[in-house]
Design a protein. Structure first.
Lengths: 242, 414
């Protein structure tokens, strides 16, 4: 935990530590912000700020969390690397990524800035990214290994108790109800639809060629190992050099 | 605290023009120019098309037939009647299509939830799917609103950034595929909207007594908003026309409510690992407001996450005594029901949570009889008579034959 005295912290900071994590040197914050600013989309997403608050008024997360897309845009525009770092540790995972904030009359896209900040948080293995993705690994595994994100068999009896007893009915009758679907691509239970093996090979190559697999290593080394073995084995079977 | 102008200027090179990312007036023209320069291939609309107007007036053409269905993982996985209804309506209108196996998810749900990807990967996934469509000659039709919005973002990035094009082209070369994008990126709800006259002409069930409230999907009209369909005759052109235009064409009454612009609460990561937010937002800001201000018979929307969140969130809210209890359907399911589709064999309403039966009764559908028919179908599967049901089964083509040959015929007729 940071030991910076409260009186030395600017009043616009949400808290005077950073999500309970040890502070990092200023140079680290500068490096992280340079990565955010260096994304080719950054200039398209940030043009200034009229301080009108329209983005906050439109934002669903602002209604439920101590979260503000205006603060995100302004911190980035001011190049306030301390506040940007704090936001990367505390705020960015609260965003709904609905892009209601693009109502901005100045043409900003605070949700897009957050997408970039999240990417940088993942690439650098920030604590916030690891915490946000706890319980999420199975989803990453599903999308990267099967090519479809959610599958019918995720609707287990105990997986979504807050969705009501109808979801348990689905779980109890899953195989039968899937076989009753008219499109022949949709008889699957472990994927949303039947994805061709050759298509999966192409998908694995995309993850490897674009560095996505390396990103996983930063936030979940165990998952990375599983995915790497799976993909390398499959590519090897096809005689493809990863 | 004000923003130092110098700080903002440092985010871009001095000679770089300040551009509003919403200002790409005609992405189609940009694509054709890139094709002319040999940078990429544009898959052209090559069948009869309907012209519609977008937000700032650009005309967008919607191909009617010969379509490559880019399915939605959320729809196919958890609300399969959404997908089957899209197919069914297309079959009903007699338009041919292709339901591919060589399609992946757009992977954007994961990207917006976890950020465990990057622009190049997302663009490569999009282009790989578009290339698969191009190889067949069928024109892509996107089922998911997030896929649609994300692909439009990808298209803008590929148009704007030569470095990204080069990177994606190199990845595609490893896959043995070209860098190809379609002339227009089309959402299925745009197809329904463009063909709403033809659809309404096939209506067999009276929906004039049905009041609907519409939730416009964020990723449909907020990502690259200039490319969404608007119509001066619907909301005065101040709100997207899709879904509402279809509901009105079918004869239903659309009732407005004040929080129409709010999202559904899906949140991408929230719906999976932080559902307290999703449940609260969906019920407090959407369902309850609709109930209090519009009191509709059904909520219609046009995206995967919206149907899921608005439908599934109501059960827990009911336990807290909240004013909920609205069935939530996609526009495709509603249209299919109006055109005579079976509520279980086609629309698969047994996968939904909020009670839809009062809606069916108001539409004149005997849901108990329909459920019995579906149960009969399931017994055929369980007995091994058939491994899978097909489209003929969905339309009950063989119902009378089976009844004729059934050993229970006398009992059934008595």
């Amino acid at each position: 935990m940071t030991t910076v005295p409260r009186q030395e912290i600017d009043a616009h900071y949400k808290t005077w530590n950073v999500a309970g994590h040890a502070d990092v040197p200023h140079e680290v914050k500068v490096r992280l912000f340079e990565q955010v600013k260096g994304d080719f989309r950054f200039g398209d997403y940030l043009h200034g700020c009229y301080e009108c608050g329209i983005c906050v008024g439109a934002c669903p997360s602002a209604k439920f969390y101590d979260f503000s897309p205006r603060r995100i845009a302004q911190a980035a525009a001011r190049e306030d690397v301390d506040l940007v770092y704090q936001q990367m540790q505390e705020d960015i995972w609260e965003c709904s990524q609905c892009f209601s904030c693009v109502r901005c009359p100045r043409g900003n896209n605070p949700g897009g800035i957050i997408t970039i900040m999240r990417e940088v948080a993942v690439k650098n293995g920030l604590a916030s990214a690891k915490e946000a993705l706890v319980g999420y690994s199975r989803i990453i595994y599903k999308i990267m290994s099967t090519g479809t994100q959610v599958s019918p068999d995720m609707l287990g009896r105990d997986s979504f108790p807050d969705w009501g007893p109808e979801t348990a009915d689905v779980a109890d009758n899953l195989d039968l109800w899937r076989r009753a679907l008219p499109p022949e691509t949709m008889h699957t239970t472990s994927t949303g639809w039947s994805v061709a093996e050759s298509t999966l090979v192409e998908l694995y190559l995309i993850w490897m060629e674009t560095g996505v697999l390396d990103m996983i290593a930063e936030v979940d080394p165990g998952l990375h190992t599983i995915l790497l073995e799976l993909m390398e084995e499959r590519l090897e079977e096809e005689g493809i050099e990863p | 605290m004000t923003i130092p102008f110098e700080a903002l200027r440092r985010t871009r090179a001095a000679d770089e023009p300040v551009t509003d990312r919403r200002a790409l007036d005609d992405p189609r023209a940009e694509l054709l120019e890139l094709e002319r320069r040999g940078e990429l291939i544009v898959q052209k609309i090559d069948r009869e098309a309907v012209s519609v107007s977008t937000k700032y007036g650009r005309v967008k053409r919607i191909q009617k037939s010969h379509l490559w269905h880019h399915k939605s993982c959320g729809q196919c996985g958890h609300i399969p009647g959404y997908s089957t209804s899209i197919f069914w309506v297309m079959r009903k209108l007699g338009y041919d299509y292709h339901d591919p196996h060589d399609q992946t998810s757009c992977t954007a749900w994961n990207y917006y939830a976890s950020a465990t990807s990057n622009s190049a990967a997302q663009a490569a996934v999009a282009v790989r799917n578009f290339a698969a469509a191009y190889e067949t000659g069928y024109f892509p039709l996107i089922h998911c609103g997030t896929s649609y919005g994300h692909y439009k973002d990808v298209r803008e990035e590929l148009i704007r950034y030569p470095e990204l094009r080069a990177q994606v082209r190199a990845v595609m070369a490893r896959l043995g595929k070209p860098l190809v994008l379609p002339e227009e990126i089309v959402h299925y709800s745009e197809w329904l909207h463009a063909l709403r006259g033809e659809i309404a002409a096939q209506r067999v069930r009276d929906v004039s007594q049905i009041a609907v409230s519409v939730h416009p999907a964020c990723h449909y009209h907020k990502i690259v908003p200039g490319d969404a369909i608007y119509d001066p005759d619907i909301y005065g052109g101040q709100r997207t026309a899709v879904v509402t235009g279809l509901a009105e064409a079918l004869g239903a009454t659309v009732r407005d409510y004040s929080t129409w612009f709010d999202c559904c609460g899906f949140g991408f990561r929230h719906i999976l690992v932080q559902r307290d937010f999703s449940r609260s937002f969906a019920t407090l800001r959407k369902i309850e407001v609709m109930k209090e201000e519009a009191d509709p018979d059904v909520v219609l929307t046009h995206d995967t996450g919206c149907v899921t969140t608005l439908d599934k969130s109501q059960f827990a809210a009911r336990a807290h005594g909240r004013n909920v209890g609205l069935p939530v359907l996609s526009d495709a399911q509603f249209a299919a029901l109006a055109l005579g589709a079976h509520p279980y064999r086609v629309c698969q309403l047994h996968w939904h949570s909020a009670d839809y039966r009062p809606l069916l009764e108001k539409m004149g559908i005997d849901w108990e009889k329909a459920w019995a028919e579906f149960q009969s179908d399931l017994r055929r599967l369980e007995s091994g008579e058939k491994r899978y049901l097909d489209w003929d089964d969905a339309d009950g083509v063989n119902d009378s034959n089976r009844l004729e040959n059934s050993p229970d015929r006398d009992t059934q007729n008595s």
